[in-house]
Design a protein around this ligand. Structure first.
Ligand SMILES: Cc1cc2nc3c(=O)[nH]c(=O)nc-3n(C[C@H](O)[C@H](O)[C@H](O)COP(=O)(O)OP(=O)(O)OC[C@H]3O[C@@H](n4cnc5c(N)ncnc54)[C@H](O)[C@@H]3O)c2cc1C
Length: 429
């Protein structure tokens, strides 16, 4: 492939690129030359890793924009109206979905079924796929064509380009944010970016002895002034260095400054007064017990030393409960309702599933065309939109890929129509 011509070149063979390629070929027909350029040796490497290998490919609430954050939410809300939905998209490819608490998975429970359906559909449609093809530059030729340069110094010429290169999250899967630099060179800006859907690191000393514990909690993210930014409830997993679990993942996109903290409410359904009442009852019932057993039946025993430490209680765990002072009981009830963990930046791209931030909404049209350059379309995680955990990010990838493809094919058909009309005027004159 020293030099190569395509009508539409799709850069990135991940979720949005594959959906775009299928839609473009189905809308454009056999005349429309489409190529997918993927830097990995295989298409859709990341898709295989999604949903712990099960691929949570969408959600029954995927069109509700409250599940997304970023400057592109208004744009995405409009595009989701046009989108048939992930379940219908995959049904059209022969994949049956099942819902588990609203999350859509392939009936086979295997991400490979999803990738195979996409891959084999491309094969059926005879879409040209080039793997091991890293794109290093994108330029406009004097003939108004896109010139796409590969790492091997080959050139691909295309009338339209759909950039579907993902963000910075999970760089081991090919997404190291490198294509953002190419877009920057074309005049685009990138909003501030941060890892999303990932564990949030805190001070290891606060987690001492807690590794492996899972606890139900309402987790709130507070800014440096203590103002609530957002919260989510669910199971929090404690590791050596970080808080993890879906409700923590959902807060990560909002960690943007120094001095933030995560606050855990371990008994969300009770008021602080009710927690205090509960503790006094336990104090009375269990006054002769060891302090480490006081909260058994509510929390795992292993959690007690850390909880007491965080409450400023210096007593030994083998001391009897009756030695606790009213002040210490009050502090303990406060910690149970508001256990603070300072956020320690940075949490890393390698543990993140998604990029918060990207190309801002004001630089793209409602058809996902770049406002810096005509005939360049953007899809997926490159755009400043991040979804919550639960299939929302893949839903956005399929939806935006399909929308970008429809827009590119529409322009290709209009241009082709103009060319034909021009030729017939030329031949009749
Ligand atoms: C471990 C993990 C689990 C996840 N689980 C889920 C889940 O269950 N549900 C969910 O909704 N979301 C999940 N996500 C998020 C979801 O996978 C992404 O949001 C989605 O894949 C983004 O699609 P995309 O097409 O924008 O980018 P990607 O799918 O990341 O695809 C981008 C492609 O572009 C290629 N590329 C990059 N640069 C270049 C270049 N210069 N030249 C050529 N090719 C290039 C990359 O190699 C990659 O194949 C998960 C993510 C991870 C990391």
């Amino acid at each position: 492939m020293q030099q190569y011509y395509a009508d539409i070149a799709i850069i990135g063979g991940g979720a949005s690129g594959l959906a775009a390629a299928i839609e473009a070929k189905q809308c454009g027909g056999s005349d429309c030359r489409i190529v997918v350029l993927e830097k990995n040796a295989r298409l859709g490497k990341k898709i295989l890793a999604t949903g712990n290998g099960r691929c949570n490919l969408g959600n029954i609430e995927e069109k509700q924009i409250s599940h997304y954050t970023g400057s592109c939410t208004v744009l995405a809300e409009a595009l989701f109206q046009e989108y048939q939905g992930s379940e219908a998209f995959f049904r059209s490819l022969g994949v049956i979905c099942k819902a588990d608490s609203g999350r859509l998975y392939p009936y086979s429970n295997h991400a490979a079924s999803v990738l195979d359906a996409l891959r084999l559909q491309l094969q059926d449609l005879a879409v040209d796929v080039r793997t091991d093809c890293a794109i290093t530059a994108l330029k406009r030729s004097v003939e108004n064509m896109w010139v796409i340069r590969t790492a091997e110094k080959h050139s691909i010429y295309a009338k339209y380009v759909i950039a579907a290169c993902g963000g910075y999250a999970a760089p081991a899967m090919g997404t190291d944010g490198g294509f953002f630099e190419i877009l920057r060179s074309l005049g685009h800006t990138i909003t501030s970016v941060s890892p999303a859907l990932c564990p949030i690191r805190t001070m290891p000393s606060l987690l001492s002895g807690l590794k492996g514990i899972r606890v139900l909690a309402k987790a709130s993210l507070l800014d440096a002034k203590g103002t609530l930014i957002c919260s989510d409830s669910g199971e929090v997993q404690l590791t050596e260095q970080a808080l993890s679990g879906i409700c923590i993942f959902n807060l990560a996109a909002f960690v943007r400054e120094e001095g933030m903290q995560i606050q855990l409410d371990l008994l969300e359904h009770l008021t602080e007064y009710e927690v205090m009442e509960l503790l006094w009852n336990l104090y009375a019932q269990r006054s002769q017990w060891n302090i480490e057993d006081m909260l058994s039946g509510i929390f795992q025993k292993k959690m007690c030393p850390a909880l007491f430490r965080a409450s400023g209680i210096r007593a030994s765990m083998s001391d009897p409960v009756y030695t606790l002072s009213p002040y210490e009981i009050e502090n303990l009830s406060h910690t149970i309702k508001a256990w603070n963990f300072p956020v320690k930046p940075p949490h890393t791209w390698s543990t993140a599933q998604v990029t918060a931030g990207g190309i801002p909404a004001h630089e793209i049209s409602e058809t996902l065309e770049s406002l810096c350059w005509p005939n360049l379309f953007l899809a997926g995680e490159m755009l400043d939109l991040a979804g919550a955990c639960g299939g929302y990010n893949l839903a956005w990838a399929w939806c935006s890929g399909i929308c970008a493809a429809r827009s590119a094919v529409k322009k290709w058909k209009e241009d082709k129509g103009c060319d034909q009309a021009f030729q017939s005027v030329g031949s009749s004159s």
